[in-house]
Design a protein around this ligand. Structure first.
Ligand code: NAD
Length: 514
């Protein structure tokens, strides 16, 4: 059976995927045993078939992994940051070689169309390039001391072992946003990926292993695939892990914050979004309709930045609905490995159920389905993308349904639009389409969007890696990943004062025992 799978998807062989794979890697040559472990099946949403199996890590495996990462930290932190950057440059080059294969594996295991699968690997390559440059720019400040012949400055040191918990929808990119930055800052790391996309993690770990081995390194990147309730909880409770960066649902983030907070550990939480676009009547609708289509239907509505709400000025409501329905009718749904497909499956049967439940809950709340939301009659987990009208922020509109379900909400004034926009619990990505400077500046001002990302005349999804990425409110704790100065979260700050005088003056002019 697995031989057939290998014949059909030859990229699996290139990436080193086997019929039964170890789910724990503590070093470049040490994949932990598979015997006696429970097996996890990796299921393709394309047709519901089993691709391969993964031996779930036990508590003992976890212990081996964490010890190896801790030990490696002693070596890694002493390598000068620019030299760490050169090693990451090699990793980026190795990823380039596997871009096609890895992009296809993402598609096979998670269901996004192959252009987006390869785009995700490109994002990992981009952040590794960013990290190489960053490795020479881990700047601290110098300050003027108030004391004579004293020098004052701050510097940043690596934190130690970083725990990276990732969601299924970006099985490679989310890890790379964290790991590439953490690596150049001098941290080692333990990755706990989603149980829905274990093969992507195994393939990436194998690519990283090859590169690290060439440089005589062992356990900068390690991997542990296990149950959230067992291995995940161990990671959260582990005092040897000073930072947990967790991406996933708000429910998971609350648990991470609670457990890690209790031991005063650090967290970066990237959680659920509920992203909206405000459409003013002066908007360029040709641009807006394309942005909404990509934002709402791309990745089958399973991006954290997916456009879930459009808030439309009433005078253009009818036209927007008609144009959107026309655009939705042209979306080709099918095998995401086929380059002509625009929308592939959602990740699981459960995701279809969640979407249908949300649609059914609309009428009693005053909402109405106006397009789509039908199961597609083929093997795998396919559903047509849906558009619904909502009178305002009804309960379903305030909930993140992780599927291609778009709500249209009318408004009359900009004040009303911004109130609707901010009136949901989440705060990740947002956009306004307008040609008015007044409206766009208002949207970006302190009395505008309350999200971590706010765009003008581009949609909510498709962030570039150079900017800091993160959200507010239920989307997380304001922690950011990727670009800008996100690196500071992976390091500890130290302020130092050096006295080169022959006196011991105290700050604030205090005289003590003189
Ligand atoms: P999920 O919360 O089900 O799982 C995310 C990860 O958390 C998985 O690896 C899972 O095993 C792990 N996990 C769950 N419980 C845990 C525990 N107790 N201890 C340790 N680990 C635990 O999310 P998902 O379905 O994989 O992803 C979809 C969600 O992720 C959506 O809500 C989406 O908006 C969000 N997301 C957010 C961002 C962002 O940057 N804000 C990016 C991508 C996805």
């Amino acid at each position: 059976m697995f031989n057939e799978t290998l014949q059909k998807y030859s990229f699996l062989k290139d990436l080193g995927i086997e019929e039964v794979n170890s789910g724990a890697c503590s070093g470049v040559d040490t994949w932990l045993p598979t015997e006696g472990r429970d097996l996890l099946e990796s299921i393709s949403p394309i047709d519901g078939s089993v691709i391969a199996k993964v031996a779930l890590a036990t508590s003992e495996d976890y212990e081996n992994v964490i010890k190896a990462a801790q030990e490696e930290f002693q070596t890694w932190q002493m390598i000068p940051a620019p030299k760490r950057g050169l090693i990451i440059r090699d990793f980026g080059d190795e990823l380039r070689k596997y871009k096609d294969a890895l992009g296809q594996l993402i598609t096979l295991e998670m269901g996004k169309i192959v252009a987006e699968g390869k785009g995700e690997v490109q994002e990992a390559i981009d952040i590794s390039d960013f990290a190489v440059g960053l490795s020479r720019q881990l700047y601290g400040l110098t300050m003027k001391s108030e004391r004579v012949k004293h020098r004052m400055f701050e510097q940043y040191h690596p934190l130690g072992v970083v725990g990276i918990i990732t969601s299924f929808n970006f099985p490679v990119a989310v890890w790379s946003w964290n790991s590439m930055i953490a690596a150049v800052t001098g941290d080692t790391m333990v990755w706990k990926p989603s149980s829905q996309t274990p093969l992507c993690a195994i393939a990436v770990q194998k690519i990283a292993n090859r590169v690290m081995k060439r440089h005589g390194l062992k356990s900068v990147f390690t991997l542990v695939i296990g149950r959230g309730s067992e291995v995940g909880e161990k990671l959260l409770n582990d005092r040897r892990v000073p930072l947990i960066s967790a991406t996933g649902s708000t429910r998971m983030g609350v648990r991470v914050a609670e457990v890690v907070g209790k031991r005063l550990g650090r967290t970066i939480l990237e959680l659920g979004g509920n992203n909206a676009i405000i459409l003013m009547e002066d908007a360029n609708l040709d641009l807006a309709i394309r942005a909404i289509l990509f934002g709402a239907v791309g990745t089958a509505g399973q991006r954290c930045t997916t456009t879930r709400r459009i808030i439309v000025q009433r005078s253009i409501l009818k036209e927007v609905e008609e144009r959107l329905i026309k655009a939705y009718k042209q979306v080709t749904i099918g095998d995401p490995l086929d380059p002509h497909t625009v929308m592939g499956p959602v990740v699981s049967q459960q995701a279809i159920k969640d979407m249908l439940d949300a649609i059914n809950a609309l009428p009693p709340q005053g909402g109405k389905l106006i397009h789509g939301g039908e199961r597609v009659n083929r093997k795998g987990f396919y559903i047509t993308p849906a558009i619904a009208e909502a009178p305002g922020n009804i309960q379903m509109v305030c909930t993140e349904t992780f599927a291609p379900l778009l709500y249209i909400i009318p408004f009359d004034t900009i004040d009303e639009a911004i109130e609707l926009h901010n009136g949901v619990p989440q705060g990740l990505s947002s956009a306004i389409f307008t040609d008015s400077v007044k409206y766009s500046e208002r949207f970006l001002s302190t009395i505008g969007s309350d999200c971590g990302i706010a765009n003008v005349n581009i949609g909510t999804s498709g962030a570039e890696i150079g900017g800091a990425f993160g959200g507010h409110k239920d989307t997380g704790n304001g922690g950011v990943e990727a670009g800008s100065d996100a690196w500071k979260q992976y390091m500890k700050r130290q302020t130092s004062t050096i006295n080169w005088s022959d006196e011991l003056p105290l700050a604030q002019g205090i005289k003590f025992g003189e």
